[in-house]
Design a protein around this ligand. Structure first.
Ligand code: PHE
Length: 493
């Protein structure tokens, strides 16, 4: 250990941990759908442009900052200027809220893992749909009807939290070991599903839907906005996660090449995810005698309704594929979940002389408590609202301020030369331009677009008061907490 800070076991462990954080539910239930919806194969162009002009540069920036300052987000920002610590806490606040519901989604997947053994969700699509929404979630008719808390979800949520705490038990040291399983298992399962998917009748019909390019989509700003949003979210940027993870690297380390490897691995995984999802959707459409366009889905609907229906239809070993699918979701999710937990805990440990266990258990306890809200009959609806605001405002605001603060009120060049110092490939001055101009402009457009949309109407057609409580108020509370935490004097200062 140098400087008393724990370190990754190896470079591979760090790369896997960062990849594990980046690949998550977003690669399976978000990317394929977004790609299909916004131009199919043509979407790969804005996606790759976003990856290279914003994703990779920001990854290098977050790695450079975390490593140079040798600290998680709050302290790293404080070291760039005394009044900036709040920004780090704000990022961690967003992470904390996300982990509250991300763990609940994992709890759903854990329940479904059990259901797979008996295909308990029913036989027909209608049955499966009603099983998920009515019996399993007990979904009520609106945000103001909470219904009851579902014990099976709470129980699974508890188990997931135990797994998360165990994974970050001794910080980077434990994570270094766990990530081999949590990255390699889902990758292995994805490959199996890809082979299975491609050998099913109808697979290519599905892929045709997924990838047939619609080049006129490139003229639509919404398509570009979707590409940038997907890249930020998928790479776990703007959450303080990558800053904390880089701070656990040994002093002499590669930054630029690591960033490239991680970003490209995430993109490749998303692409394979698309092949898996659409080849099986193609098969399912053929079985049902429907068009692929009529069976596409994303988000929870894809994972917990459409996919179980597809699994039922598989010619051999349905149960086995069911088990593998939900095991894949769980292992994809858990390293994203513990990366968020670790980022938050590292922030507290940098500032206060408390034990890691105390911090971890406190974070888990409070997040579990808040998570109960998402285990109620209107949990899915609240989850939807909170998730939208965290990703379309929280992440974007952090990333924008990160670029502006470091680009204009700090010596950005010093981060570039720092990142280049021990890197196999180095970045030129074009990187400064991307961080100072291109990425913040993209973010400004995204935020502007979103504000415009919210002025027009409440998100998702929910009542305004619910949008306020689950969206704006949560953001305000995070901001208030961030400012308070930044003003408090820590016992390590
Ligand atoms: N990148 C993850 C995904 O694609 C989500 C995530 C966001 C994980 C933020 C950690 C931090 O699902």
């Amino acid at each position: 250990m140098e400087n008393g800070r724990e370190h990754w076991d190896s470079r591979t462990a760090f790369i896997l941990a960062a990849i594990g954080s980046a690949i998550g539910l977003g690669n399976i239930w978000r990317f394929p759908y977004v790609c299909y919806k916004y131009g199919g194969g043509a979407f790969l162009i804005p996606f790759l442009v976003a990856l290279f002009t914003a994703g990779i540069p920001l990854m290098i920036l977050e790695f450079g900052l975390g490593h140079k300052m040798n600290a998680a987000a709050p302290k790293a920002f404080r070291k760039t200027g005394p009044r900036r610590e709040w920004l780090g806490w704000f990022a961690l606040g967003v992470s904390f809220i996300i982990i509250c519901y991300y763990a609940v989604v994992m709890g759903w997947a854990a329940n479904y893992l059990k259901f797979s053994f008996t295909l308990e969700w029913g036989n027909t699509y209608t049955e499966i749909k009603s099983f998920y929404y009515d019996r399993f979630l007990g979904l009520t008719e609106g945000v103001n009807h909470f219904g009851s808390i579902k014990g099976w979800i709470v129980f699974a949520l508890g188990l997931c939290w135990i797994a998360i705490i165990a994974s970050v038990w001794e910080g980077a040291k434990t994570v270094s070991k766990v990530v081999y399983a949590t990255v390699l298992i889902p990758w292995g399962i994805l490959v199996i599903f890809m082979i299975r998917g491609l050998t099913l009748p109808g697979a290519f019909e599905g892929l045709r839907y997924f990838l047939t390019p619609n080049f006129s989509a490139l003229l639509d700003i919404e398509v570009w906005a979707a590409a940038y949003t997907q890249v930020f979210f998928s790479l776990s940027l703007g959450f303080g996660v990558m800053i904390a993870y880089a701070s656990f690297l040994p002093r002499k380390t590669d930054i630029v090449n690591n960033a490239f490897i991680i970003c490209l691995a995430d993109a490749a995984t998303a692409f394979v995810g698309g092949i898996v999802v659409f080849s099986t959707l193609g098969y399912y459409a053929v079985q049902e005698g429907k068009a692929v366009a009529d069976v596409v889905a994303s988000g929870p609907g894809l994972a917990f309704v459409t996919y179980p229906a597809i699994i039922n239809q598989l010619p051999v070993a349905s149960q086995l594929f069911g088990v593998m699918f939900f095991l894949m979701l769980l292992t994809l999710g858990i390293d994203s979940a513990f990366s968020l937990t670790e980022a938050v805990s590292a922030g507290f440990l940098d500032k206060w002389k408390v034990s890691r266990k105390t911090v971890n258990f406190s974070v888990a306890g409070v997040a579990f408590g808040i998570g109960l809200l998402f285990c109620t009959g209107s949990g899915l609806l609240w989850l939807d609202i909170v998730d939208h605001f965290m990703n379309h405002f929280g992440l974007m605001i952090v990333a924008l301020l990160e670029c502006v603060v470091l680009g204009y009120f700090f010596d950005l060049e010093s981060i570039r030369t720092y990142a280049n110092r021990n890197s196999e490939v180095t970045v030129g001055r074009w990187w400064n331009f991307l961080v100072k101009v291109v990425t913040p402009l993209a973010l400004l457009v995204l935020i502007g677009y979103e504000i415009f949309d919210r002025v027009k109407g409440a998100y998702g057609g929910y009542p305004r008061w619910a949008e306020f409580l689950g969206g704006w108020l949560v953001l305000l509370l995070i901001l208030a907490a961030a400012v308070l935490l930044a003003r408090k004097k820590g016992s390590r200062e």
